[in-house]
Design a protein around this ligand. Structure first.
Ligand code: SAH
Ligand code: SF4
Ligand code: F3S
Length: 446
């Protein structure tokens, strides 16, 4: 009988990328991908540790999987349960202490060893949260069916140690993949029909991978090199950090047509006092000036960000500074979160937490403002014509779905053979989450 694997991602883009690569690893071992854990021989939860809610979700899911495993066992079927990702890295063997049904715990740097770990788990439970000397990327099989837009990890880890964040602990120190390795993967994606590549990393603009001569190459140059690959029409990158934004990357936005006019640049807060306490090492004004320079290079760039409300010690005045920054800059989209104390991080020890009710009220106010900006941005697209990369069938029969250069989702009537092409679409109406348009021409405008 065909063996099946269910792999679920709970986290950021890098977590989604890792999940896809784990599916590749299991695919090479003969496991077909399935969307339902009920008929899976292997279930992989690729977990996220960034906020308490994300981490706790895993345990309720594991509780359900334990029941499922028991039910399948009664039918003579084996189910291996794997916990991967950042909770695996942070909690290791504790996971199996809390949920004995878990067979394998594997960290984000060792999942290329999954076949071996699964084999060993038949004897006893296995934990592998090492940062191995070998590079996992050298041991991963070819990527399967990536679609027309794909993520490509170029940099991992973080040395910034923001006071609230677990990533430096779960992902380790900052490491960049060599240029040749990135280009080989990009070429393979292009060969598989990918038209858009998003270069990803926890701090992607800190990228400094070794070039052919061994000298470090920055993100701007890497974007230039990927743009030369035939078939690659669009390039994006995420997530970048304000302090690693160099002039070359700003210029790249002006000079490289394939580099899409969209920038996700987390700022977290608009208060200098809170930014200082967060160890972000920049002020609100430094962020504003950086955005001004990026906008001068690429006036139509769409901006996105991340915000945390209720960091310990945040006052009403601090929060007002955040609202002011949002009003002044204007974001196309943004993610905002209540501060969540994370074990092992410096901010978790602070004695001045913001009360839950205050956090909830601030989050609601910030989200209302961000929503109104997002909707205004969507409305401003009405009547305009955009190049759209068609990615998949739409919500309704006869429709397809794709993205504008500014990463707005568009639905329109067109035949499925357009999937994988960049076409020209006139926007007729803005919904809350998606634009609705009409195919203007089979060719892109530029
Ligand atoms: N490397 C990126 C972000 C990685 S985490 C950067 O530097 O911005 C993604 C987002 O999760 C962060 O930008 C932050 O807004 C949020 N986040 C991280 N830790 C958090 C915490 N303890 N509580 C609430 N939100 C958090
Ligand atoms: Fe976390 Fe800060 Fe590193 Fe981003 S830069 S991953 S928020 S420590
Ligand atoms: Fe979560 Fe780990 Fe990504 S903690 S946000 S999955 S790096």
């Amino acid at each position: 009988m065909l063996k099946k694997a269910f792999v679920k991602s709970y986290g950021c883009q890098m977590n989604a990328y890792d999940a896809a690569r784990m599916a590749d690893v299991l695919g090479a071992e003969g496991y077909a991908a399935t969307d339902s854990p009920e008929d899976a021989d292997i279930v992989v939860l690729n977990t996220c540790h960034i906020r308490e809610k994300a981490a706790e979700k895993v345990y309720s899911e594991l509780g359900r999987l334990r029941v499922l495993k028991g039910a399948r066992q009664a039918q003579g079927l084996d189910t291996r349960i794997v916990v991967a990702g950042c909770v695996a890295q942070a909690e290791g063997a504790e996971i199996q202490a809390r949920q004995p049904a878990v067979d394998v715990v594997v960290g984000p740097q060792s999942y290329h060893r999954l076949p071996d770990l699964l084999a060993r788990s038949r004897e006893r439970r296995v934990v592998d949260t090492e940062f191995p000397v070998e590079d996992k990327f050298d041991h991963l099989p070819r990527r399967r069916t990536p679609g027309s837009a794909a993520f490509l990890t170029v940099q991992e880890g973080c040395d910034k140690f923001c006071a609230f964040c677990v990533v430096p602990y779960t992902r380790g120190a900052e490491v960049s993949r060599p240029v040749a390795a990135v280009l080989a993967e990009a070429q393979a994606l292009a060969d598989a029909g990918v038209r858009e590549i998003t270069l990803i990393g926890q701090n992607v603009n800190a990228y400094h991978g070794a070039g052919d001569d061994g000298a470090p190459v920055g993100l701007a140059e890497l974007v230039r090199l990927v743009a030369r690959i035939p078939g690659i029409a669009r390039i994006r990158y995420t997530t970048s950090h304000p302090n690693d934004f160099d002039d070359a990357l700003i210029r790249a936005h002006a000079e490289i047509p394939a580099l899409m006019p969209y920038l996700h640049l987390p700022v977290q807060s608009g208060s200098d006092r809170i930014l200082g306490a967060m160890n972000r090492k920049h002020t609100g004004d430094q962020y504003r000036r950086l955005i001004e320079r990026v906008r001068r290079a690429r006036p139509d760039i769409a901006l996105s960000s991340d915000f945390i409300v209720g960091f310990p010690g945040e006052t009403d005045a601090d929060f007002a500074d955040t609202l002011r920054l949002v009003r002044e800059i204007g974001f196309q989209s943004a993610f905002s979160f209540k501060y969540s104390p994370r074990p092992g991080t410096p901010a978790a020890d602070r004695a001045d937490p913001v009360p839950e009710t205050v956090m909830a009220a601030r989050l609601a106010e910030l989200q209302a403002l961000l929503d109104s900006q997002r909707y205004a941005y969507q409305r401003a697209a009405e009547g305009r014509v955009f190049d759209v990369l068609v990615e998949k069938p739409g919500r309704h029969p006869g429709q397809v779905a794709g993205k504008t250069p500014h990463l707005l989702a568009v639905q329109f009537d067109a035949a499925p053979h357009h999937i994988g092409s960049v076409v020209s679409v006139r926007i007729q109406r803005a919904g809350t989450n998606s634009l609705f348009g009409q195919l203007v021409s089979e060719a892109a405008a530029a």
